[in-house]
Write a protein that binds this ligand. Structure first.
Ligand code: CDP
Ligand code: MG
Length: 138
C-alpha cells in the first residue's frame, strides 16, 4: 500500500493545530500508521531538503524546521501521496485553495503548516531518511 511522509511543522505544533490537521487526514479516510513528535536534526533536514540546496531560502528553512519540535506522520492509503498534496494545498498559503490545510493554517510561504512528499519515490526516500529519528520500522 502507498505511503507518504507528513510533517506538521513547528509553528503549527506551537499553535496546537496538530489535532485539527490530523483530523483532516482521517476525514479523508487516510490511515495514520505512525506518528512521532521530535526535534528534527540538521543532519536529517539536510537530507530531506537536499533538492533545495543552493536556493536562497535553504538556510532559513533548515533553521526554521529545527527551531522547535514537529510531529511526523506516516500515512497510508491508495494514492495517498497525491491526496495529501491536494489536502495540504499550494506551498504559498495565499495561493492555496479554500479548505486546504495551508489555506486555513499556513502563515507564510515558509511557515506553511505541513509538509507532504511530492511523489511515491520521494516518499520512500523520506521515510528512509526519517525512520531512525521517528523510530519507524519499515
Ligand atoms: O513543501 P512544498 O513541496 O510545497 O514546497 P517546496 O518547493 O518543496 O519547498 C519546501 C519548503 O521550503 C516549503 O514547504 C517552505 O516551507 C519552504 N520554502 C520557502 O521557505 N520559501 C520558498 N520560496 C519556497 C519554499
Ligand atoms: Mg517539496
Amino acid at each position: 500500500m502507498e505511503r507518504t511522509l507528513v510533517i506538521i511543522k513547528p509553528e503549527a505544533v506551537i499553535k496546537k493545530l496538530a489535532g485539527r490537521i490530523i483530523s483532516i487526514y482521517e476525514d479523508n479516510r487516510l490511515n495514520i500508521i505512525h506518528a512521532h513528535r521530535c526535534l528534527p536534526t540538521k543532519e536529517v533536514l539536510a537530507k530531506h531538503y537536499k533538492a533545495l540546496q543552493g536556493k536562497d531560502f535553504y538556510d532559513s528553512v533548515v533553521q526554521f524546521m529545527s527551531s522547535s519540535e514537529v510531529i511526523v506522520l506516516i500515512l497510508e492509503g491508495e494514492n495517498v501521496v497525491n491526496i495529501v498534496r491536494e489536502i495540504n494545498g499550494s506551498t504559498n498559503p495565499l495561493k492555496a485553495k479554500p479548505g486546504t490545510i495551508r489555506y486555513m493554517y499556513g502563515e507564510t510561504v515558509q511557515e506553511n503548516a505541513v509538509h507532504g512528499s511530492e511523489s511515491v519515490e520521494a516518499a520512500k526516500e523520506e521515510i528512509e531518511i526519517w525512520k531512525d529519528l521517528i523510530r519507524f520500522e519499515i
